[in-house]
Design a protein around this ligand. Sequence first.
Ligand SMILES: [Zn+2]
Ligand SMILES: [Zn+2]
Length: 367
Amino acid sequence: METKDLYKILEVKRDASRDEIRGAYRKLARKHHPDANPGDPNAETRFKEIQHAYEILANPEKKREYDEGPRAFFGSREDRGGASGGGGFSDMFDGFGGLGDVFGRSVRQETERLKGDDVTVSVNLKFKDALEGVTTRVGVSAEEACGDCRGSGAAPGTSIKRCPDCGGRGVRSRDQGFFALSEPCPRCGGAGTFIESPCSGCRGSGRVRKNRQVTVRIPPGARDGMKVRVPGRGGAGRKGASAGDLYVVTRVEEHPVFKRSGDDFVVEVPVSFVEAALGAEIGVPRPDGSTVRLRLPAGTQDGRKFRVRGAGAPSVKKGGGGGDLIVEASLVVPTKLRRREREILEALADERDEDVREELFKKAESS
Ligand SMILES: [Zn+2]
Ligand SMILES: [Zn+2]
């Protein structure tokens, strides 16, 4: 087999230090790892070359041998013997804390896989409670650590053994010539442990589904459909991993008068046609039960909106101020008139002698 220049493979100079060699290896191993190059059949070959070059050049004895003599280091039987013995691949990976660390992937994936499930429940809130904030309890059905085995999954009185297939490392090295490829241990699923007598309460999973009550603080100003996160109160994690989160979705009772719009509330307020025409100071109810005064200008039209600053809902965001109260004027026309009232209005009609539809007809004819 052809002998390749190991220094060229690692892209370092012949006088490179151990640290430089190690740094170059890490960089190239990441770049050429088969998982990072899906669909590239040459990636694995390149990756193996890089691993091999590093194995020789990182070992002072082998490096000296390589530097001194024109021996075929690539693919020789003797070298394979050296690799699986002391000072070979396993040391190299131990130095890095395992392949998972080198690629920053397997360990994280494993942690994600063991984390407990997120659980979503909904809570019905009275309008007032949503506005003012409330501490309430919600029923949650979620996985919990099994009480019989305290989450270990092993029957009480028995112990958890180190996995015999991987010696507790959770990864299995598959020897392929020089190259030890790591993969999660199939027997223990990467946990490194092995349960001889599974707990009968949880059938060895360490977790059981239970109903429980969780206390949740709903912040003032909660909107309908809002998600309140309660960290760590979801399902229990597997094998001691962290629990999932609980999400509480608020269902806020509708108010007959106040309609929510973001942090604002909208309220339709009846205004008599005399108040609208003359202008008036009127009282307007607020969501919190108090009353706010509002100055209506003379000539207020039906549907006109007024904004009362800060009279809406508190903002659930910290430092978000609060919402406003939007007051929509709704003109009230009397349905019954007494004789005297009728006379006054007729006098008004004579006085104004107006045609309020004149503009409309002009516009209707013009195009
Ligand atoms: Zn159990
Ligand atoms: Zn194992």
